[in-house]
Design a protein around this ligand. Structure first.
Ligand code: BGC
Length: 231
């Protein structure tokens, strides 16, 4: 049975586990704090150290907090785009871990773990940054970088819903989230919206029936389904 090392790279933690062929974790997640001065090489070393604490695996999936094309990082707003842009993380992990590797955006990977596979499903992640992904009938659409898109006035989605905004005040952050849900509904006419990420625990809104909170482990659970689609 194929097993997958699945890694969720975040601005606060790097977490990993190994999943069986059905996408279930075969070991508790292991994690380390993301160092402030993280470099691409240090990231590869950190992932190798996490992998060494886990059972064997045949392949690797990693969700990265920025834009990634064919395994190569384009942006890394919360880790440092200057340091990471152009870094072929998929290739570096393949070499270090000796297993075929897919690296995609973290919200896209989270989405693979959260969605049901029917209709238009949108996923947002509330963590250090603001992640977004959209799926149609289980297929990932083009990557959405709503984080740095204008939400209202001069403020982006990440300005109003990222971790810094949450720390400024949970009530106003929740109000902004309610507003964002309606704005995203108008934008996508989603059939369902999933809200994940570490800060989803701070959501205190009465959510509409078509909006669900997902467990933060979804960031890792997407690591199996993505292999059915990514080339
Ligand atoms: C990045 C996204 C990422 C999100 C969550 C944003 O700052 O631009 O690509 O998905 O943070 O990590």
């Amino acid at each position: 049975m194929t097993s997958t090392l699945s890694v969720d790279i975040g601005g606060t933690h790097v977490k990993a586990s190994v999943l069986d062929a059905r996408g279930r974790m075969v070991h508790d997640r292991v994690k380390v704090d993301t160092p402030d001065d993280l470099t691409p090489r240090a990231l590869v070393r950190i992932i190798a150290a996490l992998a060494a604490q886990l059972p064997r695996f045949d392949r690797v999936s990693a969700g990265f907090p920025g834009v990634v094309r064919r395994g190569v990082v384009r942006t890394a707003p919360n880790l440092g785009t200057k340091k990471f842009a152009g870094f072929d993380l998929a290739r570096a992990l393949e070499r270090k871990l000796g297993a075929p590797t897919h690296v995609i955006n973290d919200a896209d990977m989270q989405g693979y773990g959260a969605i049901r596979g029917r209709g238009v499903e949108m996923v947002i992640t509330l963590g250090t940054g603001f992640g977004s992904a959209i799926f149609e009938d289980g297929r990932l659409g083009p990557h959405l970088e709503l984080a740095h898109h204008i939400f209202h006035g001069k403020a982006t989605y990440e300005d109003e819903l990222g971790d810094a905004a949450m720390k400024r005040g949970k009530r106003s952050w929740n109000r902004e989230l309610a507003r964002a849900i309606e704005s995203l509904r108008t934008l996508t006419t989603f059939d369902h919206l999933f809200i994940g990420g570490g800060n989803s625990r701070n959501v205190k809104l009465a959510l509409p029936d078509d909006v669900t909170l997902v467990d933060n482990t979804a960031g890792i659970l997407g690591g199996v389904r993505l292999w059915d689609f990514e080339r």
